[in-house]
Design a protein around this ligand. Structure first.
Ligand code: ZN
Length: 282
């Protein structure tokens, strides 16, 4: 009798333990009948990179090492691999900064593009991107931006959010194509031409360059001198807007571009009907 009671009790305890474990695994019951109107995606940025290595190397590195991206766009054919789900964090942007926002891995989708960059040789020419690969990137950026409501001025290159240590996606990445596709804002050409005429007479001061580069979004020193770090940020700006020359040297055209992108009404966004309209940042 005693033995039977003992067995029954042990069995009851075992059953209740099993039920508790099952409940823990499933978690508490959640009622999802109500949904808040005040919510948005955690994805606020899209960051574009090149891998600086071939396709096999890129796939291995981004899936087996301590670095990753949500997407990898191949070269020929431009297969789009999804390596990390968009709702999870990929490790692609490191200690990054844009307009006061930091650690952008937490709030971005990272897109890596298979491209050899400029190899390991400083000053070496950069590899071009095949047309089909750019079309794949444009389609992917469009889809991700739409899905998460990413503002057009938050679609950035890795170098822009980490200018002192990165140069990707480099001067051959055609940002202008993304502008023509209506994905990012672009400086109004007439305003740039007018401003360049003004700056040809005398270039702005170092403090002006630093103030405007910071206003645009970059992390830049405020030393009042055109030091190495400031020139590096300037070169990154040139890679995007004036890729024919990205030596980080201040010149009238770069001053004009920077003035226009940091002046209200200077940036334009191409609408689906093909017309360009003034772009206002959020
Ligand atoms: Zn990168």
């Amino acid at each position: 009798m005693t033995a039977l009671v003992g067995r029954a009790r042990r069995r009851a305890v075992a059953l209740s333990l099993a039920a508790t474990l099952a409940a823990c695994a499933a978690g508490p019951r959640i009622d999802t009948r109500y949904s808040a109107v005040s919510q948005d995606s955690r994805v606020r940025f899209i960051i574009v990179h090149f891998t600086q290595m071939d396709e096999a190397g890129s796939l291995h590195r981004l899936t087996r090492e301590e670095v990753s991206s949500h997407y990898l766009v191949g070269r020929e054919p431009p297969t789009i691999w999804r390596l990390v789900p968009e709702e999870r964090r990929a490790w692609h942007a490191g200690p990054s900064y844009w307009r006061g926002a930091t650690a952008l891995n937490a709030s971005s989708v990272g897109i890596e593009i298979v491209n050899l960059g400029n190899g390991d040789v400083a000053g070496a020419p950069y590899q071009a991107f095949p047309e089909a690969q750019i079309e794949a990137v444009v389609a992917l950026v469009r889809a991700v931006a739409k899905r998460h409501g990413v503002a057009p001025d938050r679609i950035l290159g890795h170098a822009e959010v980490q200018p002192q240590t990165r140069n990707d996606p480099g001067p051959r990445f055609p940002w202008r194509r993304l502008a023509e596709a209506g994905l990012i804002p672009w400086p109004d050409a007439a305003q740039v031409a007018a401003a360049a005429g003004h700056w040809r007479a005398a270039l702005p001061s170092a403090a002006w360059w630093q103030e405007r580069l910071a206003a645009h979004g970059y992390q830049v020193p405020r030393s009042g001198e055109l030091d190495g770090e400031t020139r590096r940020v300037l070169a990154v700006f040139q890679m995007r807007y004036r890729p024919e020359r990205y030596d980080g040297e201040p010149d009238a055209e770069t001053a004009a571009l920077l003035e226009v992108v940091t002046t209200p009404g200077g940036l334009q966004l191409r609408r689906p009907d093909g017309h360009w309209a003034a772009f206002t940042a959020e």
